[in-house]
Design a protein around this ligand. Sequence first.
Ligand code: AGP
Length: 613
Amino acid sequence: MCGIVGYIGPQDATPIILNGLRRLEYRGYDSAGLAVLQNHHIEVRRDAGKLSKLEALVADSPVHGHIGIGHTRWATHGAPSARNAHPHLGMTGEVVVVHNGIVENYIELRDELSAEGVVFNSDTDTEVIVHLVERYISSENGLVEAARKAMSHLKGAHGIVVISTREPDKIVAARIGNAGGVVIGIGEDEMFVASDMPAILEHTRQMVFLESRQMAVVSRDGLGVFALDGEPVPYEIQNVAWDPVSAEKGEYRHFMQKEIHEQVRSLTDTIAGRVDFEAGHIRLPELNLTPELARKIRKMYITACGTASHAGMVGKILIESIARIPVEVDIASEFRYRDPIIDEGTVVLAISQSGETADTLAAMEEARQKGATLWSIVNVIGSQAMRISDGYISMQTGPEIGVASTKAYTAPLVDVYMLAVLLGELRGTLPEKKRRVLVADLRLVPALAGKCLDREPQVEMIARALMNTSHCLYLGRGINMPTAYEGALKLKEISYIHAEGYPAGEMKHGPIALIDRSMPVIVIAPRDPWYEKMFSQLEQAKSRGGTVVALATDGDELIAGVADHVVWLPETPWMLTPVTSVIPLQMLAYHIAALRGLDVDQPRNLAKSVTVE
Ligand code: AGP
């Protein structure tokens, strides 16, 4: 999971950058590098592997200067290697860049730049950024203007930091969307830049957080913040408490809110290193899935609790549809007591954020004893679930602290999607052309999540309208039926409002009797194969006097004409709609609970990891 550190000031930049990168190690990474301006020349040191390798490189070939940037990389485009590690230097050697995020349109940009004679030295998407800055830098355009113009070409969400020999007195940093933050640390006659506060907290507590589509021009003794159109914008200096917990929370009021906002980054990390976009392949090496095993599977069970079980329900639809394996989803506390039919052609996949949930572990034990192949999707590295599995997928979300699970829900949604594609390929149920499309769609995920997050003010308004309700019904169908369950679970666990998730088609068999003016109905109706059915459900709820909040795809006038409130979702490939449709529901639950003044991160009676039966 990528990290950025930058420094400008009287001290030697190199040890400050190395220390800062060390403090970001917990996020995980596969290569590291730094660039320092030394005697009017940019010196780059970078390598694959751990920070100790970078430190050894620097020890062998020291570099000193008063301005520099560093990066830890978690590979997305291009394997972990020295040439793909950041920072990336331009052709003239005058500009150098580090970057978090994915340049969605990098193939088009690379082709365009190659046609102009640019020679690429890495397989990364990031390298286009440095060449774009170089394209624009000239006697008329300084570094700031060149970086601004370069950024106008980029699609996706990004944190970017640039320095140049042309203007050795400044660092330019920008945040576009939610690919992690960009924070400026203000010192005395020195300044720091980082993706995450812990990297620079030992130097200063005075922090400025960039908003999306803002750019900071940082010099030793000054800071200017601008919108990407060049207009200066006012900024607020926040005095961060010297307490690691509140420091971790950064600019957010609660961990849950922070974790909701981290999803662009956690989803980027989820696909990092696992997707070969060029060849259209998925790699999940820790799963130990051989072609023989893939062909041998006759049945799968997905077992989990709570939120994780909802991810399993989405997994069932994807695996059945793409890999044609029958899948049953079992709540772990039931699975362990119901004597499930298991043989050597059965795979049991456990999903668990903590990897320590007692019921899930017991279900895995049951499966082990009956001779199943045991897989897990787990967030906490080294947890029991991971250790006892024959193969695993790690969620790559980083620590999740809020009791209500958010980023550890969307990550396994993408994991089960990748698993389904890999199984489909190995079992020969997924034609190559379709596989390439499904793999290419993964590239869109982080930015789509970012678009959902951008709509938070709209969701907050709806939260104000619903905050005093006592009940709420969530309806979904097909691949978004689990989204209804998950939305309802989020609301009930943190706001203590009674909420039920229901398969929309079941309404007429009973729950429709509940609908009246006091019952808000949340209808999840993105453009997926169940859209038309959902629309008629929405009309039925409306005609019974319910207050209808619809989740609908941008531009859906039909729904806008009927619903009381609409939360707009970006157009998303249908198999990935559970990712985009759940994010507004997470935000809705969060804002309702926060407006009610509740303890969002530690709701009553709940524990983050349920290690007892
Ligand atoms: C999620 O918001 C809940 N706190 C809870 O349902 C949780 O998902 C469940 O306890 C399973 O936890 P696990 O993923 O750590 O196994």
